[in-house]
Design a protein around this ligand. Structure first.
Ligand SMILES: Nc1ncnc2c1ncn2[C@@H]1O[C@H](COP(=O)(O)OP(=O)(O)OP(=O)(O)O)[C@@H](O)[C@H]1O
Length: 242
């Protein structure tokens, strides 16, 4: 039986009189990669902002593990609970090494305190996972755009997240980098982790997502596997056919 990681329940976010999220309800399970797609302004980033504790809703709840209402918690408490996000634009520290970045991610985020050897092991494991082991001593400023994206994913991963949110992870990447990112996201999938990806690249979404939620005007227009999403007349009309 699938276990729900996040339950979004009757969520409404208003900016003035405009409803960016409109009575939205959805559930995201542990063990799944969920893509959230939809046209510009559909409310995708706003949803991630609510889950991260950056934006407060007007109504509704977001329950983590069935009990912890994220809409009542601070962004730091949410991060400490293991709900982590990679923002759209990479913002690495150009003068720090790749290894230092991952160590910061592990040190700042890991839910169990790690002693020095365990921290080293964790950093090496993450470097291997994100494909940057060969660049460990390089400065972040020397990395390509794609490598910076993987470095940021590595920083988040180093904290051992239970919920991992990726906002447009392949924007601006080459086809080869996109393919490597798809393989990486699938590797990050685990039974005790939920992964949420907001992305406009539909071929990438097809490669990574177990299920897809299509948002339109702050509501769910369609939810299901990508082949059903591609075939849905409503989704084609408001998004895919454009
Ligand atoms: N702080 C804000 N103040 C006013 N309006 C906002 C604010 N943040 C978002 N909005 C509006 O809410 C709507 C949803 O925005 P959001 O960024 O969530 O969309 P999105 O689906 O992520 O779009 P995109 O694909 O372009 O990133 C948009 O119309 C946007 O202009």
């Amino acid at each position: 039986m699938a276990v729900t990681a996040l339950l979004v329940d009757g969520l409404t976010v208003r900016f003035g009189s405009f409803r960016a999220i409109d009575a939205l309800s959805l559930a995201i399970d542990y063990g799944e990669v969920r893509a959230v797609i939809g046209p510009n302004g559909a409310g995708k980033t706003t949803l991630l902002d609510v889950i991260s504790g950056i934006t407060r809703p007007k109504e509704g709840r977001v329950l983590f593990d069935g009990a912890f209402d994220l809409t009542q918690a601070s962004d730091s408490a949410i991060a400490r609970a293991g709900i982590r996000r990679k923002f759209q634009k990479p913002s690495v520290f150009e003068g720090l090494s790749v290894r230092q970045h991952i160590a910061i991610g592990a040190d700042a985020g890991f839910r169990r305190a790690l002693d020095a050897p365990a921290l080293e092991d964790r950093v090496s494991e993450v470097l291997e996972t994100v494909g940057l082991a060969g660049h460990a001593t390089h400065l972040a400023g020397e990395l390509s755009h794609g490598q910076k994206q993987w470095l940021e994913i590595g920083m988040v991963l180093a904290s051992d997240p239970k919920v991992l949110m990726l906002d447009e992870p392949v924007a601006g990447l080459t086809d080869e980098e996109t393919e490597r990112t798809a393989q990486l996201v699938r590797r990050l999938n685990r039974p005790d982790r939920a992964i949420i990806v907001v992305e406009h690249d539909m071929d990438f979404v097809e490669r990574i997502a177990d299920r897809v939620t299509v948002l339109h005007e702050g509501r769910t227009l369609f939810e299901g596997p990508m082949d059903k999403v591609r075939a849905d007349a409503g989704v084609i009309e408001v998004y895919l056919g454009r």
